[in-house]
Write a protein that binds this ligand. Structure first.
Ligand code: 13P
Length: 248
């Protein structure tokens, strides 16, 4: 059985006081049984967040990492550094990084290897744009992204995938449960084909305007194993409601 996983991606948001307040609310809530919960603040808030969560079941993730462990890479943060401060997860290949930082599938594959080497659990994001979906190319785009990132890689036992259709991120437009299920099932087939992993045991998250009022329908789909939540993860009551929907 795949344990439900709910991940909050805070993106470039938060402040010392805000992180303390939000994590305070999350940590003091009764944890939903059986759901794994991860929060991904900015790099600068990670150490503070690790400390605030040390007696809770919440674990921390980063939103990105370097493709190498150390060296002359100004502005980068290595997976080894993240692991050392108590960060356990890392989001890789988020569409905002593909779009604004020009991240390629090749770079994402290198980051994946370097994250695995440091013992971080990778959450690899894939997803098509609206234009690609309208052109009937959604599956082709997603399978190429998966193949470029995963083909021939070892060390993928901890891998988590996230399907995040770009047109659904921050737009309030969610993929319907049927659209999401169809893509998740397709991704599971691709995964079995291209990577040396147990695809039936690999968790695939949905991301893109997940809210308390649509989470349950998404989680009811057989191949949706949880969510990668943006905006709603910044409001404790909303994030907790999504976690509870994953437990139901
Ligand atoms: P929203 O939930 O704000 O649409 O963001 C989704 C996302 O990008 C999570 O990584």
């Amino acid at each position: 059985m795949r344990q439900p996983l709910v991940v909050g991606n805070w993106k470039m948001q938060g402040s010392l006081a805000g992180v303390e307040a939000l994590l305070g609310d999350l940590v003091s809530a009764t944890p939903a049984a059986g759901v794994e919960v991860v929060v991904c603040p900015t790099y600068v808030h990670l150490a503070q967040a690790v400390s605030l969560c040390r007696f809770s079941s919440l674990t921390l993730g980063a939103q990105d990492c370097s493709h190498v462990q150390s060296g002359a890479y100004t502005g980068e943060v290595s997976p080894a550094m993240l692991a050392e401060i108590g960060c356990r997860w890392v989001i890789l290949g988020h569409s905002e990084r593909r779009q604004y930082q020009g991240e390629s599938d090749v770079l994402i594959a290198a980051k994946l290897m370097s994250a695995a080497e440091a013992g971080l659990r990778p959450i690899v994001c894939v997803g098509e744009t609206r234009e690609q979906r309208e052109a009937g190319a959604a599956q082709a785009v997603v399978s190429t992204q998966l193949e470029e990132a995963l083909k021939g890689r070892a060390n993928l036992a901890q891998l988590v995938l996230a399907y995040e259709p770009v047109w659904a991120i921050g737009t309030g437009l969610t993929a319907t449960p049927e659209q999401a299920q169809q893509m998740h099932a397709f991704m599971r087939v691709c995964l079995a084909d291209i990577a040396n992993v147990d695809s039936a045991a690999t968790r695939i998250l949905y991301g893109g305007s997940v809210k308390p009022d649509n989470a349950a329908q998404l989680f009811a789909q057989p191949d949706i194993d949880g969510a990668l939540v943006g905006g709603a993860a910044l409001v404790a009551a909303d994030f907790l409601a999504i976690i509870n929907a994953a437990a139901a």
